[in-house]
Write a protein that binds this ligand. Sequence first.
Ligand code: GLP
Length: 240
Amino acid sequence: MKYLVFNSKKEASKEAYTILKSLINENSTLGLATGGSPIALYEEMIADYKAGNFSYKNVKSYNLDEYVGISYDHPESYHKFMKINLFDHIDIKKENTHIPDAGNSDLNAVLKNYQEQLNSADIDVQILGVGSNGHIGFNEPGTPFEKGVHVVDLKQETIEANSRFFNNDINLVPKQAVTMGIKDIMRAKHIILLAFGEAKQYAIKSLVECDEITENIPCTVLKNHPSVYVLVDKEADFKK
Ligand code: GLP
């Protein structure tokens, strides 16, 4: 695992893009994440695309997760997030982008369908953020590492953390989500995890410093992965 600390989110995201570009080509498959952490990386991707240096015409993407119970037009749905923060600004084809169809009321069919899609995909690089409790995707503490795509009941701390995107009103935050499993995340060839701000110190310390790999802190599973880059700002760095 490579652990890299930067003065700012911007610097970390620039380096994340340099690493990403060294690992992919214009036919690659990306695993994408939502939340605040990847936004500056997506800005780097967009800027480089607009400068004519990279095309996403033949790139495929698979997102980690989607909320259950809000429409895709909702500004905080992950479908909308990806359009606003990345897809609308690059030449990726809509049919090559994949996000769990969690708005479909037949959730069993959604899980089966997304699992089949992931099983036939080979993700070259998975972009990850991390929750303050160590969750990756929406795999909350206690999720068995061998689980595939599943529906998750969000932990209270996750609902509270994500309420900042919902007018700080926890009642507006969806209570469930569909997420890739840890097993699916671990199949990616390379993983780039971004974490910014003091709230991430516990998760980052658990991942980088402790020897224990535990389902109680899901991100610790990444110690078992052969190619992981962890990029943080100095606020998320546990050594400060
Ligand atoms: C959500 C997402 C995760 C994300 C995490 C951290 O729960 N499902 O994929 O990593 O939040 O979010 P942020 O990057 O906004 O801190």
